[in-house]
Write a protein that binds this ligand. Structure first.
Ligand SMILES: Cc1ncc(COP(=O)(O)O)c(C=O)c1O
Ligand SMILES: N[C@@H](CCOP(=O)(O)O)C(=O)O
Length: 430
């Protein structure tokens, strides 16, 4: 598959080049040249397919011919070595749990898939690659875990100091080996801007091969479309009009859901559920896209003021505002509303939601008010114990720690503080 840059000022790239470069030379995000819908029979027969078979069929066109089919099957099987259960809360609302992977957030699938693609492309140790990642909480840990020990790959994670949860910080600062963490005195947007600047800095790119493991990178972003298919497999016999409420920050996940829909997955509607960082909620009302500096919230991984992937969403809808609005609603919630929702989910359904999932739940409720005959699935994008302080404080109950969290909680943090782009450059060059 060839990919073009959404800035339209760079040559087309193969999948391999798009993965290795991360961002196109004109600063644009890569987008697949074609999207061929899967045959109807694929969806009709979905009950008889395993998750790996579904994922293989869904991603094949985007990675071939550079990744041979047998290799792709192995990559997909190794990537998906955990569960993706849907739990029904009531007649109209279900939860899709995306936190059963090694770092207990939905990023694990994309990170593991991308690490294996890069590992395959670098199997002959052609050239060392430095993976730069900006994180508002979960990407960093997932990438650290997914890329740990991958030959020929060095990972540098930038995160906003004091703005990620204790457990998220442990997950991204304690692994050592080929993983380094840089603590930035600023916001996630500052981290993301520095990463993008580095890709375009000749004095760096002449000396090293840099790529991104954020959803900018097609190999990190596209595998997220699997989730929507896995939920459909579990729900389509019980519910007809399925709506997804996606807690959104950088908008990679919801955009991947829209790609699943482009492949033919019968999804009725999307809800982008936001915290106070609500550039898209405002856009759908005013038609004005006005990114703002991010605001710190209790759903910290969604504290993104300028979502990278919104441009891909615009591309899917050919920049047609009315078409987009027909398929996407968006709502924004304060921290107080999020806390009330967490309590409600616990008291009504005996289910412990994390703050991000709770924002998704609120999005479902808002959509269902106007569309009561649909079934809304909110994505539980991270395990509640990743946000232990908030969760225990809200539901007033101690939470047992899963093994994945116990493994990191007592480890020593190791990070390097940087104050700006020059420090990042020095770090990378030295
Ligand atoms: C727990 C959690 N929920 C939601 C999001 C938002 O996802 P996206 O950036 O794909 O919109 C993130 C981070 O990306 C996250 O870590
Ligand atoms: N919420 C993310 C922010 C980066 O998103 P990505 O999907 O582009 O990597 C995080 O947890 O770091």
């Amino acid at each position: 598959m060839n990919y073009y840059s959404l800035n339209h000022q760079a040559p087309k790239s193969s999948f391999k080049d798009a993965v290795i470069k991360g961002l196109a030379p004109d600063k644009g995000l890569y987008f697949p040249e074609t999207i061929a819908p899967l045959p109807k029979s694929f969806f009709e027969n979905i009950d008889n397919l395993s998750y790996s078979e579904i994922a293989f069929e869904a991603i094949k066109q985007f990675v071939s011919p550079e990744i041979p089919e047998e290799t792709l099957k192995t990559i997909v099987e190794e990537t998906l070595s955990f569960e993706f259960p849907v739990i029904q809360l009531n007649e109209n609302i279900s939860v899709l749990e995306l936190f059963h992977g090694p770092t207990m957030a939905f990023k694990d699938v994309g990170a593991r898939f991308m690490a294996r693609c890069l590992g395959y492309f670098n199997k002959n140790n052609e050239k060392e690659v430095t993976v730069l990642v900006a994180t508002s909480g979960d990407t960093g840990g997932a990438v650290a875990n997914g890329f740990l020990g991958v030959k020929g790959v060095n990972v540098v994670i930038l995160y906003p100091s004091g703005k990620v949860s204790d457990i998220q910080e442990k997950q991204l600062t304690t692994l050592g080996q080929n993983i380094k963490a840089l603590e930035v005195n600023g916001t996630f947007d500052d981290c993301q801007a520095m990463v993008k600047k580095a890709f375009l800095d000749d004095s760096l790119t002449n000396k090293m091969q840099l790529t991104s493991a954020n959803s900018i990178n097609v190999a990190r972003w596209l595998p997220q479309l699997f989730y929507f298919m896995f939920a459909y497999k579990q729900l389509h016999n019980k519910h007809k009009d399925i709506v997804f409420s996606v807690p959104s920050g950088n908008f990679g996940n919801i955009c991947a859901g829209m790609m699943a829909q482009q492949l033919g997955l019968p999804i009725k509607h999307f809800v982008a559920s936001n915290n106070a960082n609500n550039v898209v909620t405002r856009y759908l009302v005013s038609k004005l896209y006005e990114p703002k500096p991010s605001i710190q919230t209790i759903s910290n991984a969604m504290d993104v003021g300028a979502p990278s992937n919104f441009i891909r969403i615009q591309e899917i809808y050919k920049n047609n505002f009315e078409n987009l609005k027909q398929n996407l609603s968006s709502f924004s919630y304060s921290d107080d509303e999020t806390r009330v929702a967490m309590k409600e989910i616990y008291n009504k359904y005996n289910y412990v939601a994390d703050p991000h999932g709770a924002v998704g739940y609120l999005g479902c409720k808002a959509y269902l008010k106007e569309n009561p005959n649909t079934h809304c699935v909110f994505l539980e994008t991270a395990h509640p114990t990743k946000f232990l302080d908030v969760v225990e404080d809200v539901i007033q109950e101690k939470q047992p720690l899963p093994e994945q969290i116990k493994e990191v909680i007592d480890k020593e943090k190791e990070s390097f503080v940087i104050t700006g782009y020059d420090d990042l450059k020095d770090f990378l060059l030295n």
